[in-house]
Design a protein around this ligand. Structure first.
Ligand code: AMP
Length: 148
């Protein structure tokens, strides 16, 4: 029996993204489900201690980042055999874009890491925490082991 029809993998290309991606891909395979990859280019402003957010968003930098992400995404897509139309790159807040895409695509499972680029200090990373709280569907937070 298939438990899931459409799975959204939130990938941040941090150290552990391969393990998380392979797990999501295997769950999709076992359930004969579609797999969609999502990476969000974080649009946080660069903050200066004295002046606050001084560079709202540099367009050249954004383009460079986007190009880089497209290459990484294409590589991961090829590895997991996910077609181009299901490789999504969004600009914005990771938590909001993950939740928004999950609703828009009507996925029934979101797969992400328990932690990402922001370190292992908390029990759950802030993106993982927000997605677990806000999602309308199941969420699998793949455990990133502190001892690895
Ligand atoms: P965090 O809670 O930010 O430490 O990240 C936990 C997990 O959320 C990561 O392992 C990713 O699966 C996902 N995630 C975090 N940032 C992004 C992002 N910019 N784009 C897509 N997924 C992300």
């Amino acid at each position: 029996m298939s438990l899931y029809q459409h799975i959204l993998l939130a990938v941040d290309f941090s150290e552990y993204h391969q393990d998380i991606s392979e797990k999501a891909s295997e769950i999709a395979r076992q359930n004969n489900a579609k797999l969609t990859l999502l990476h969000v280019v974080d649009n946080l402003p660069i903050t200066d201690a004295s002046y606050g957010p001084i560079i709202p968003f540099d367009t050249d930098l954004t383009e460079q980042l986007m190009d880089n992400c497209k290459k990484r995404m294409a590589k991961l897509g090829a590895q997991l055999q996910v077609p181009e139309e299901r490789q999504i790159i969004q600009l914005g807040s990771p938590r909001l874009e993950i939740l928004g895409s999950a609703e828009e695509l009507a996925v029934d499972l979101i797969v992400l890491g328990s932690h990402g680029k922001h370190g292992l200090a908390l029990l759950l990373g802030s993106t993982a925490n927000a997605v677990l709280h806000g999602a309308q569907c199941d969420v699998l937070a793949v455990r990133i082991n502190h001892n690895d």
